[in-house]
Write a protein that binds this ligand. Structure first.
Ligand SMILES: [Zn+2]
Length: 308
């Protein structure tokens, strides 16, 4: 679908009410017209008495257009869900629960928080096909914050009060492709090799700063660049930029990250970064509308249990 709204005005025109949202969901579910998930019959009608629900003309089974999506069974209006997912997918820094609460005029902070948490669930398992080709790999330390701790960080070399994060950036041509970020317990060879094994394809070339933890990583060739007097941002410019963006984002949106939720923050950052050019796919993923990206075309996937 190429008609994804590019501005708030366009979005408002496209999805002005519940009907428009439901029609979008029906089209996502049945791009070639209604088909009964139970009996495969191709004829049915939308019920006037039951919102967002279609009934099969063959077997009489009723199917909700929200079945299998994050919206199913929710008391919130579809327009609220659509707005929330749109803002989260297109706002380059993302939105906090507090911002949702104010901007969407939700009744309570708690319902804003729940809405946010439900949308974020889609970010937890970003597409997991490993990075390939030339990949920059590095690690960084991020200071974490506790309740009574100001977010400003100390400058020492020690990692006390800091969380370690391993990062990888795929280099496509002369630009960054996809990225990965993982919270790690230490910078040992064992830990870094596990990160490489999980996130980088066999046969890839891994470019590092030459730290002793990287050589000998399994199934990848290693291109160490030993840093002596050369700054890391010259050897690994994209990894360095990724970490800088991550830290700025963490301070700007969350006023510092908390240790307990570190991996879910990292997942959110990666989700948004990897979909920065496919906002429509991000929007649909957040709402739980099954979609995968294949060579920049969209293919609908309807889960077998996606019936009401
Ligand atoms: Zn049927």
């Amino acid at each position: 679908m190429t008609d994804f709204p590019r501005s708030l005005i366009e979005f408002q025109r496209r999805f002005p009410d519940e009907r428009a949202c439901a029609a979008y969901l029906a089209n996502a579910r049945w791009p070639d017209g209604f088909r009964c998930p139970a009996c495969g019959h191709g004829k049915g009608w939308e019920l006037a008495t039951k919102a967002f629900t279609w009934e099969c003309a063959g077997c009489g089974k009723q199917t909700s257009v929200t079945a299998g999506t994050v919206m199913h069974g929710s008391k919130l209006e579809l327009t609220v869900w659509f707005w929330a997912a749109y803002l989260m997918a297109t706002h380059s820094n993302g939105m906090s629960a507090r911002q949702f609460w104010r901007q969407l005029g939700l009744g309570s902070y708690k319902s804003a928080w729940l809405l946010c948490a439900k949308l974020r669930r889609a970010m937890v398992a970003p597409d997991r096909s490993p990075l390939k080709g030339l990949v920059e790999v590095d690690e960084t330390a991020i200071r974490y914050r506790t309740n009574d701790d100001p977010p400003a960080g100390g400058r020492g070399r020690s990692h006390d009060g800091k969380m370690l994060v391993a990062g990888a950036v795929e280099i496509v041509g002369n630009a960054p492709g996809r990225v990965r970020l993982t919270a790690i317990a230490d910078g040992s060879a064992e830990t870094l090799h596990a990160f490489i094994r999980a996130d980088i394809a066999k046969g890839a070339t891994v470019k590092t700063d030459g730290w002793s933890g990287y050589p000998g990583a399994p199934d990848v060739s290693h291109a160490p660049h030993v840093v002596r007097n050369m700054a890391a941002h010259i050897v690994l410019p994209w990894a360095h930029r990724l970490f800088a963006n991550l830290k700025r984002w963490a301070l700007g949106v969350y006023h510092g990250l908390r240790r307990k939720h570190l991996q879910s923050y990292l997942d959110e950052f990666v989700f948004r970064f990897n979909r920065r050019k496919t906002r429509h796919a991000a929007f649909r993923s957040l709402l739980g509308i099954g979609v995968t990206i294949k060579h920049s075309t969209y293919k609908m996937l309807i889960a077998p249990d996606a019936t009401a």
